[in-house]
Design a protein around this ligand. Structure first.
Ligand code: ADP
Ligand code: ZN
Length: 597
C-alpha cells in the first residue's frame, strides 16, 4: 500500500481517495505546485494535509478566517496530527508556545492568517525553520480571496506571491471552490501559479436536491419545509436584516430552535449565535448573506431562500453550504413574481452606472431563468458553469415535471422581432414592439411600421418577459453585454425559427404544493433509528466535554454506518469510514459498550 493511502486509512479513517484527491496528493508530495478547483465538500483539505504529513518540515496553511482555522486544527488534533494556528485569538503566551513548538520542528501543520504570515517577524521565522527543518509546503486555502472583483477580496492575499520568491523550492498548492473561469485565471496569475498543474473537479453536488416553489404564504411554506427536517441544522437566507429578525422570532415561536445573524447585530451576539449553530445539534440559522463564508459545518442539512439571491453564482455558493458531508441535503427556495418586479425596480432606481444596472438586470434575468425552468435544475446550473450533464432525478423538476404552457408561436414571434430590429435591443423594448406600444423610442426608431409590431398584443407583459428569459436561459438568444444587453440570435434558434421545434415554458401555478416523491433526508428506521439517536446523544456529551463541535468527534455519516453495521469488535469498528487509529483508540471502547448496552 502506498504511504498516502496508509495515512488516509490510519490517520483519517477513509478507505479510498475521492475524485482527484489521490493525484493531487502524489503531485504535491513529490514537490509539485498545484491549483485545485473543487466544489465545497469535495475534500480539498486532504489534498494538502496528507502531503504535509508525507514531507519533512512544517506545512504552512494560509487561511482567511479564524473560525475556519480553529475547526480544521481541532479536527486534525482529534486524529492525532500536530497542528496549531497562529492568529489574533491567541493570548501572547499561547502564541509564544505555538511559535516555540514550530521553531523546534514539532509541528506537522501551522495555520496562519495572511496578515500574520506577511509580517516581517513571521517571515524571518519562516526563513529560520526553512534552514533548520525545511518547510513541507505552502497551502493557500480560499484562494479566490486574491480576486479583486470577488466579494471575499483580501488585499493581503495579493502579497502571497512573495512566497515563491523567498522560498522557491517549496511546493505551493492553492485551493478554491469558485467556479468561474475569470477568477481561476486571476488566482493563477496573482499567486504566480501559471505553471502549476491544475486539477479541476466537476462542480456538481449530487447529494443536494434542488427545489423551488412559488410563494403562497411563504412563512407557512417555510415552516412546512423546516418541519420536514426535524432536529436538523439548516440556514434560511433573507435579504433584509428586519426580515431576518422577524423570521427567526416567528420560527422560534413555532418551536424551531432558530437564531438570527446579520451585520447589524453586535459582534458578541453574532459570535455567540454562530458558535451555537456550530456546536449544538439542529439549530436553524436565519441570516443575511453576511453569514456563510468559513462555515465548514459538514452536516448542514438544508439551505432555504426566502428571497431571490443576487445571481446564479450566489445561489450556488449559498446552497453549496448544505451537505458537505455527502449525505442527502436540500436547497429550497420560495419565490414570487412580485419579488422579481421589486428587485428589478431596486436595480433601476439604484445609484450605479448604466453598465452596472444592466449587469445586475441580466444577472437577475439569468436567475429567474433558472427559477422558471421546466427542465432539470442541476443540468441548468451546471450548463451555466460550462458543464454538460444528464437530467439528475434529484430536483423538483425531475421528480415531478411541472405543467407547461406551449408558447411555440410566441417564441417564434419573439425571435423574429429580434431579427427585424437588427439584434440591437433588450427584452423590455422588444416586448413594447411586440405588444404594439407606441412609445417615443418606438417612434424614433421607426419600429411601428415593422411586420412584428403589435403581433403579440394578445399576451401580457409578464408572459412575454418569461418567454424572453427562457429563450436566453436555453441559449436561443445571447446577451451582448458590450452592446447594452442587446439580444442576439444564436445557432440554436434555427430549428424553432424554421418550425422544426416547439417551445414550452412553466405554467404559473396558483397553489404551492408539497413535493410528492421521497424526501431528501437521511432517516434510519426502527431499532437502527433508536441506536442512531443514542450515538448522537453520546457524541453531543463527548463534544461538550472536549469543547469541540460534534462533527469534530464523528460525522453523521460515520454514526449512521455504525448504527446500520453494529460492529461488535474494535477491528470491525475500525473498518467504519471516518474512524482512524487515534479515534478508534480514544472512542472505540465507549462505542462498543454503547452498542452492546
Ligand atoms: P472542502 O474543503 O472541499 O469543502 P473538506 O475537505 O472539508 O471539503 O471535505 C468535505 C468532507 O468530506 C469532510 O467532512 C471530509 O472529512 C470528507 N472527506 C474528504 N475526503 C474524503 C474521502 N476520501 N473519503 C471520505 N470522506 C472524505
Ligand atoms: Zn434534475
Amino acid at each position: 500500500m502506498s504511504r498516502a493511502l496508509e495515512i488516509l486509512e490510519h490517520v483519517f479513517g477513509y478507505a479510498a481517495f475521492r475524485g482527484a484527491q489521490g493525484e493531487v496528493v502524489d503531485h504535491v508530495a513529490a514537490g509539485g505546485d498545484a491549483l485545485v478547483l473543487m466544489p465545497t465538500g469535495g475534500g480539498k483539505s486532504l489534498c494538502f494535509q496528507i502531503p504535509a504529513l508525507m514531507r519533512s518540515g512544517t506545512a504552512i496553511v494560509i487561511s482567511p478566517l479564524i473560525a475556519l482555522m480553529q475547526d480544521q486544527v481541532a479536527a486534525l488534533q482529534e486524529v492525532g496530527v500536530a497542528a496549531e494556528c497562529l492568529n489574533s485569538s491567541l493570548t501572547p503566551e499561547e502564541a509564544a508556545s505555538v511559535e516555540h513548538r514550530w521553531m523546534s520542528g514539532a509541528l506537522d501543520l501551522l495555520y496562519v492568517a495572511p496578515e500574520r504570515l506577511l509580517n516581517p517577524r513571521t517571515l524571518a521565522q519562516l526563513e529560520h525553520t526553512h534552514a533548520a527543518h525545511g518547510i513541507a509546503l505552502f497551502a493557500i486555502d480560499e484562494a479566490h480571496c486574491v480576486s479583486q472583483w470577488g466579494h471575499d477580496f483580501r488585499p493581503e492575499y495579493l502579497q502571497l506571491s512573495v512566497l515563491s520568491e523567498r522560498f522557491p523550492g517549496v511546493p505551493r498548492i492553492a485551493l478554491t471552490a469558485t467556479a468561474d473561469a475569470q477568477t481561476r485565471e486571476e488566482i493563477a496569475t496573482r499567486l504566480n501559479l501559471t505553471d502549476a498543474r491544475r486539477f479541476v473537479a466537476s462542480f456538481d453536488r449530487p447529494n443536494i436536491r434542488y427545489r423551488m416553489v412559488e410563494k403562497d404564504g411563504p412563512r407557512k411554506q417555510l415552516l412546512d419545509f423546516v418541519n420536514e427536517h426535524p432536529g436538523e441544522a439548516g440556514i434560511v437566507y433573507c435579504l433584509s436584516r428586519r426580515k431576518v429578525e422577524e423570521t427567526a422570532a416567528w420560527l422560534t415561536g413555532q418551536g424551531i430552535p432558530a437564531l438570527p445573524y446579520h451585520a447589524g447585530l453586535g459582534q458578541d451576539v453574532r459570535a455567540e449565535n454562530q458558535l451555537r449553530f456550530l456546536r449544538e445539534d439542529g439549530v436553524v440559522m436565519v441570516a443575511t448573506i453576511a453569514f456563510g463564508m468559513g462555515i465548514d459545518k459538514p452536516d448542514v442539512r438544508f439551505v432555504a431562500h426566502l428571497d431571490l439571491p443576487r445571481s446564479i453564482e450566489s445561489y450556488y455558493q449559498e446552497t453549496g453550504r448544505a451537505g458537505r458531508d455527502g449525505l442527502p441535503a436540500e436547497a429550497w427556495m420560495a419565490w414570487g413574481a412580485a419579488d422579481v418586479v421589486q428587485q428589478r425596480r431596486m436595480i433601476d432606481e439604484s445609484e450605479g452606472s448604466d453598465a452596472f444596472r444592466r449587469l445586475a438586470g441580466n444577472r437577475l434575468d439569468t436567475l429567474v431563468g433558472l427559477v422558471e425552468a421546466t427542465g432539470c435544475r442541476r443540468q441548468h446550473l451546471l450548463s451555466y458553469f460550462g458543464e454538460r450533464a444528464e437530467p439528475c432525478g434529484n430536483c423538483d423538476n425531475c421528480i415531478e415535471p411541472p405543467k407547461t404552457l406551449d408558447v411555440t408561436d410566441a417564441a417564434r414571434k419573439a425571435l423574429s422581432c429580434v431579427y427585424r430590429t437588427d439584434q440591437r435591443y433588450g427584452a423590455a423594448y422588444l416586448v413594447d414592439v411586440l405588444r404594439g406600444e407606441r412609445t417615443d423610442k418606438v417612434h424614433e426608431r421607426g419600429h411601428a411600421s415593422l411586420s412584428t409590431f403589435g403581433i403579440g398584443a394578445d399576451l401580457d407583459d409578464k408572459l412575454w418577459r418569461s418567454v424572453f428569459r427562457q429563450l436566453v436561459a436555453r441559449g436561443l438568444l445571447a446577451v451582448d453585454h458590450d452592446r447594452f444587453g442587446a439580444l442576439m440570435l444564436t445557432e440554436s434558434a434555427r430549428p424553432l425559427l424554421k418550425g422544426e421545434a416547439a417551445f414550452e415554458i412553466r405554467q404559473p401555478v396558483k397553489k404551492g404544493k408539497r413535493l410528492k416523491a421521497g424526501r431528501g433526508r437521511i432517516v434510519p428506521t426502527g431499532a437502527e433509528a433508536e441506536l442512531y439517536e443514542r450515538l448522537r446523544a453520546w457524541r453531543a456529551d463527548t463534544a461538550r466535554e472536549r469543547n469541540v463541535p460534534a462533527y469534530v468527534i464523528f460525522h453523521d455519516a460515520t454514526l449512521l454506518e455504525i448504527a446500520s453495521r453494529k460492529p461488535d469488535s474494535l477491528e470491525a469498528l475500525g473498518a467504519v469510514s471516518g474512524i482512524g487509529d487515534r479515534k478508534l483508540e480514544a472512542y472505540g471502547p465507549d462505542l462498543l459498550s454503547l452498542l452492546t448496552a
